[in-house]
Design a protein around this ligand. Structure first.
Ligand code: ADE
Ligand code: ZN
Length: 327
């Protein structure tokens, strides 16, 4: 039986199966054939090209109902892999161009689809409004305002994704302060395409409690110890890191070293079809590469549930579900 899992780092558009995007493109008579390889998978050369392919795929999602269909498809696959609770990054940039009333319509469509998926597949979803770093700090402010307007039981967090080599975390301080004041919990991608100084800057300047990836903290053991001491949670996505060439193999991925040094690590898929992964594959590879068995794998899920941005009652429910371990 599949172990129960909790996934904190999942981009909704990045989780769109290529066939789903091809179907939407077909319905809308859009030609995006250049983003697929001969087997119909997403094709990209490196991380920066990946971001372009991601945005081209996302350009087919033009209406709230497209996002509703996507939400249902993604949650069905995640539930199939044993995920009982997920948080997904959502970007008003792609959902109505950061216009608050359009964003509300997209959000309602996604929330309704998520409620249906909870009923049908037993998976709970919450949303993290996410600014895109390479779109710049001005657009991030508009995104933060969308987040603040819709903060509540379902939109529970604010984050930052995109090209880590574009600008500095401090450029986004206003947006993170705005989100924090609206009661949102905070996370930012760092320590993926930037080194330990990038992790330190996101942590210090944005006041985040979780870091997306964060794995390159391993290059500065003092920082690793500080993260461990402060209980900062890393949303680690090893399959994504290996697929994008950040590490040459699973065996060289630092997740086990970070964990052994006391850092709170969780595991997610990031953009599963882009990286040919699922939560089942992530668990299998952790077992094969580091010998992690049921005990270690279940600890990942408990750490993730404890670090979830949902309200206390929802968290309690998730932790209870994890206690009887099999789906
Ligand atoms: N957006 C989607 N996937 C991402 C990643 N791995 N890093 C930064 N931004 C992203
Ligand atoms: Zn990510």
């Amino acid at each position: 039986m599949e172990l129960k899992k909790v996934e904190l780092h999942l981009h909704l558009e990045g989780a769109a199966p290529p066939a789903f995007i091809r179907q939407l493109a077909h319905e809308k008579r859009m030609d995006i054939s250049g983003i697929f390889d001969e087997n119909g998978n997403y094709a990209y050369r490196d991380f920066w090209h990946f971001l372009q392919v991601y945005e081209a795929a996302t350009s087919t999602l033009t209406r709230p109902e497209d996002y509703a269909r996507l939400t249902r498809a993604v949650l069905s696959e995640a539930a199939e892999a044993g995920v009982i609770y997920a948080e997904t990054f959502l970007s008003p940039d792609f959902c109505g161009g950061r216009d608050v009333s359009a964003w509300r319509e997209y959000l309602q469509a996604m929330q309704e689809a998520a409620m249906e998926a909870e009923r049908d597949f037993g998976i709970t979803l919450r949303g993290i409004v996410t600014a895109i770093r390479h779109f710049g700090p001005e657009k991030a402010r508009e995104t933060a305002l969308c987040a603040a307007e819709t903060a509540g039981d379902w939109i529970t967090g604010f984050g930052l994704a995109g090209d880590e080599q574009s600008g500095q975390p401090v450029d986004f301080k206003w947006s993170f302060d705005c989100a924090r004041e609206a009661g949102l919990r905070l996370t930012a991608h760092a320590g993926e395409w930037g080194g330990p100084e990038s992790v330190r800057a996101a942590w210090r300047d944005l006041g985040v409690e979780r870091i997306g990836h964060g794995v390159r903290a391993i290059e500065d053991l003092r920082l690793v110890d500080e993260l461990a001491e402060a209980g900062v949670v890393l949303e680690v996505c090893p399959g994504s890191n290996v697929a994008l060439g950040l590490y040459p193999s699973w065996a060289q991925h630092p997740i086990a070293r970070l964990r052994d040094r006391g850092v709170k690590v969780t595991v997610s898929t990031d953009d599963p079809p882009f990286f040919h992964t699922t939560m089942v594959r992530e668990y299998e590879m952790l077992n094969r590469s580091f010998g992690w068995e049921t005990e270690e794998l279940n600890q990942l899920a408990r750490t993730a549930a404890e670090a979830a941005f949902c309200d206390a009652a929802t968290k309690d429910k998730i932790l209870k579900k994890l206690e009887n371990k099999d789906v």
